[in-house]
Design a protein around this ligand. Sequence first.
Ligand SMILES: [Zn+2]
Length: 293
Amino acid sequence: MSLREAYDAYLSARAALTEDPYGPIWLNQEQRYVHPFRIYGNVWYVGDSWVCVHLIDTGDGLLLIDSGNCGATAMLVQAIYEAGFDPADVKWIIHSHGHLDHIGGANFFRRMYGTKLYLGAPDARMFRERPWISAIQDAHSTLETLFTPDHEITDGELLRFGGTEIACYLVPGHTEGCVALFFDARDSGETRRCGYYGGFGFNTLQKDYLIEIGDPEYKTRNAYLRSLARVRDQRVDIFLGNHCNNNDTLGRRKKQLEDPDGPNPFVDEQAWGAYLDRKRDELLAFLSDPANT
Ligand SMILES: [Zn+2]
């Protein structure tokens, strides 16, 4: 291929991306930049306006929950700096699940800073055996790759990172290796319980999708219902989103800015249960819809 032909191929790929309804996920991601902010105590928001990334200052290194969309790593590094931290202090990343919009920074942090990568064991297996389920091929870059985690999270595991202890549960549904996490955030002597559910989307429960991934009986859907029920009654003061629409991250942030001395809008004991109940009801409606059976 001549230089000119190669350039033309580049232009047509670029034009196709602009026309693609999912193009905005990849083009100009910086439009989704969110100035980082403290959610509560040692827990910070460093994600964008679509996919969440949380930073926990454990007192002995930084822990990230998720590493953002593929192609958004520079933005994540900027957010960590802007929050007043050094990205080189990120010792660990726990990944909510193995989809491409949550693992974007993993390889960069490992190579650049020696960060240890954590992922639910079933999604680590998915990376090895059926990596296409990660959708990494949709990242519009052959520079993006999956990774072998340093640690595969198993159900019921209690993980310690500096002064933070995280109770981990596998909550299969959106992917098989989604994790739910529960831990205490600290703010000058006070603690609040944070709850995180690593993936709610129903996009992976559609008929054709499940048949393609080898679940012709749609068992994944009932597994998802059981997962929601299993962690529904955890005590959670602060519900952390996986995507911003889960807990209205930006609406709560707006309230925080409007009334900085008022009650912390992220401390909301009802939010976790209410959202999990809503997802259960939506899932039951999805299951009873003849179009999905
Ligand atoms: Zn996902």
